[in-house]
Design a protein around this ligand. Sequence first.
Ligand SMILES: [Zn+2]
Length: 336
Amino acid sequence: MAQRIKISLVWKGLLAFSLMISFLLALMQCSKESTQTAEEKRSELIQPAKWWKKLPRPVYASLEKVNTSQPWFEVYRLTEDTFAFYEPFQFEEAISYLVSGEERAVVIDTGTGIGNLKQVISELTGLPVSVVNTHTHWDHIGNNHQFKETACFNDEECIRKMRQGVSTERLRSSVTGDSIWKPLPEGFDASTWAIPAVEPTSLLEDGDMIDLGGRSLEVIHTPGHSPGSICLLDRKSRILFTGDTFFPGPLYAYPEDVNIDDYLNSLEKLSDRLDEYDYLCSGHNDPWVKSEVIPRVLKAFRDIMAGKGSYKEDGDIRRYTFDGFDILIRTDMIEK
Ligand SMILES: [Zn+2]
């Protein structure tokens, strides 16, 4: 009898053990699945549901709107010879710029590629137009293929991305679900849309001057958001074109190619030259921001790295809020 009780206890123990193991396995599977879903769906801190509810941003009421044949873009005249092409219907709210001199013009970044940028530009200038990219993330090079000449910073990664283009597969989530809130342009086919590979026709260095005839743009290398990021300084109009080094936000400091030390150095470099520009033409959200924000962004990054500032957290992403801009950063970048 005692023997039988002993065996039955052993069986019960084994049963409990195997139940515990299968419970643990199920738990592991479950958390793996939830990570996968989190990766597929962007954090609410990055892309809030119904993000378009806060549009239009107040600045646009104060700018001169220009009518064109392409409703995908909202076009604004910022100065006599400077136009902004804003894409408010897609989550990135990308902004490209036309900067004209007396002899030629450049388009600074070419947006998502969803709208026909070349058509809009041809309605605004008869000058020869070439592209200058502030960096080569997809939402800045979408329409590069429409132009004959394209320049980017002389950086391996920057050139590689432009040469590679972007596949339909990778772009899919940018034109579906919550990323779009107005109809896509007529003739645009999301099922075949891709960003074509483009070979840069010229490579820029820090300090280069792009001469447009009576107006020039100075190339300022500002790595941080990406290794090959540049800003372009128009001294005559006192404008700094910032690409993604600054936009009101949230500022992306979390992706893999961000380098915080470089970012701090670049913001310091721009702060030191604050007396040369009054306004920032940024790569997203808002095309006309007062330059005084630059030293405040520098201070914000320094505060974050020193463990200060208020934030919301979701997984490994933090969203810090400051006056006029937010910063998205990964926790491992702060704790390093
Ligand atoms: Zn970018």
